[in-house]
Write a protein that binds this ligand. Structure first.
Ligand code: GLC
Length: 456
């Protein structure tokens, strides 16, 4: 009996210390929701991938894809001079598109730093451009009232101490080869370098709203939280910027405070992502075309309707969208990106009320055919996004006694409720269904939205 008690005590102690280890910081669920409120409300942000890879203009992974050596990549560093860079123009474009925050690459996998770093010479200060791009960017975006986010690649294909792994341009074929390649490399030195750089980023640019770290790939010839020193790194981050939001790519998924939101990349989620049965904050990051960095010859650009549907559908499942622009080597947005931003802005100008502050509709409400629902819990209004404009009648099953008033969102014009237009003889509509009588002509809006004022 005594033995059992002792064993129990040891067990308890063990789980306690274990639980303590698995904690980055103390915060209640309510505090977390509160800290993230502005972001949840915002729903739509701009991702910006910009670095030396804008010059080869054939994907930000070009160094890896073509196994380019440091020596051969050097020319891009020696030439980088984006003479047309005007961050205020960028910020205005983001804002006009309806975006509320932006996240820019401060360093991508290539290792080049777009900011003034005391840790390396491989930064913007030593290019022909010679000015702190990040500083200029932060000032301009802040001035336009946008949230500020820093993407920082924990991967580094330039740092001499970063151990060569499966994702590295010099990746090898066998354990022996890796051992040989890495015999003089000390990941510990890189870890410190990275920590120092993140410290620079979080101390030299005022308040930073988001830190977007990218990415872990545990396993053989990969890297995980121990390689990065993720726990220590994130503790420092939380200390330097307690209000900051951090994504989930540090391999700290099972740590309390180890991440704030999850990041489905380049795909649409089937439903609101969950962790242990609980819905979690999420943001999908997506490109206009197949590349994050400027890619001159890539032609798989999504059209306006696809992009709007992506945004609406994400909000309809409780998530955010971070939509990427890859500026050119001269510092401009590609004309194709401009076209899409303008298209989205045109829609957002009239329909953003169905996006900001909105989320998934209550489960009791049934989504009618060919539509998506978003819902604002504060105003108790429901938004029906008509993906495929119906022919005069729009039937909403289960809505018979739920709606106080209906109107188009873009022009505030009333939509009548009533018997199905043109129905023969007795109307066979289900008693619980509501029918909205729509004009024959689709309004001049890419995806028309019906705003429903629900009964309390
Ligand atoms: C991936 C890619 C990278 C891109 C990122 C954006 O992890 O490595 O190129 O920056 O996704 O989410």
């Amino acid at each position: 009996m005594k033995k059992l008690l002792v064993l129990c005590l040891i067990g308890l102690l063990f789980t306690r210390t274990n639980a303590q280890q698995k904690k980055i910081w103390n915060e209640t669920e309510e505090e977390k929701t509160e800290r993230m409120a502005w972001w949840t409300e915002a729903r739509f942000g701009m991702f910006i991938h910009w670095g030396l890879y804008a010059q080869p203009a054939r994907h930000e992974w070009v160094k890896k894809r073509e196994r380019i050596s440091d020596q051969d990549y050097q020319k891009y560093f020696e030439m980088f001079n984006p003479d047309l860079f005007n961050p205020t123009e960028w910020a205005k474009k983001a804002k006009a598109a309806g975006m509320k925050y932006a996240v820019i690459t401060t360093k991508h996998h290539e290792g080049f730093c777009m900011f003034d770093s005391k840790q390396t010479d491989y930064d913007i200060m030593n290019t022909p451009y010679g000015k702190d791009i990040l500083k200029e960017w932060v000032d301009a975006f802040r001035a336009e009232g946008l949230g500020i986010g820093f993407y920082y690649s924990i991967i580094d294909w330039h740092h001499p101490e970063f151990t060569i792994d499966s994702r590295h341009p010099q990746s090898a074929k066998s354990k022996e080869e890796y051992n040989e390649l890495n015999k003089d490399r000390d990941m510990g030195i890189y870890r410190q370098y990275m920590k120092n750089q993140v410290e620079e980023l979080l101390t030299n640019y005022g308040k930073v709203d988001i830190l977007w770290l990218d990415f872990s790939y545990p396993g053989e010839f990969g890297k995980d939280k121990d390689d990065w020193g993720s726990v220590e790194l994130l503790k420092m981050v939380r200390k330097l910027q307690p209000g900051i939001l951090v994504n989930d790519r540090l391999d700290l998924k099972d740590y309390q405070g180890g991440w704030d939101f999850t990041t489905p990349e380049q795909f649409k989620v089937d439903k609101w992502p969950e962790e242990n049965g609980v819905r979690i904050p999420w943001e999908t990051c997506q490109t206009f075309s197949g590349s994050w960095g400027y890619h001159r010859d890539e032609n798989t650009w999504k059209d306006n309707k696809q992009l709007l549907t992506l945004l609406i559908e994400s909000v309809s499942k409780g998530g955010n969208v971070l939509l990427n622009v890859g500026p050119t080597a001269r510092g401009m947005f590609d004309y194709r990106a401009d076209e899409r931003l303008e298209g989205m802005g045109e829609w957002m100008k009239f329909n953003s009320r169905a996006i900001y502050g909105c989320t998934q509709a209550p489960d009791v409400l049934q989504t009618p055919a060919n539509s998506l629902l978003t819902y604002n819990p504060k105003t108790n209004r429901l938004y029906v996004h008509l993906l495929d404009y119906p022919l005069q009648n729009f039937v909403m099953p289960g809505f018979a006694d739920k709606v106080k008033y209906a109107q188009f969102l873009h022009d505030g014009s009333e939509i009548k409720v009533g018997k199905r237009h043109g129905a023969w003889g007795k109307d066979e509509l289900d008693a619980k269904a509501l029918n909205l009588i729509l004009p024959v002509n689709k309004p001049n809006v890419e995806i028309p939205v019906i705003e429903l004022f629900l009964n309390d």
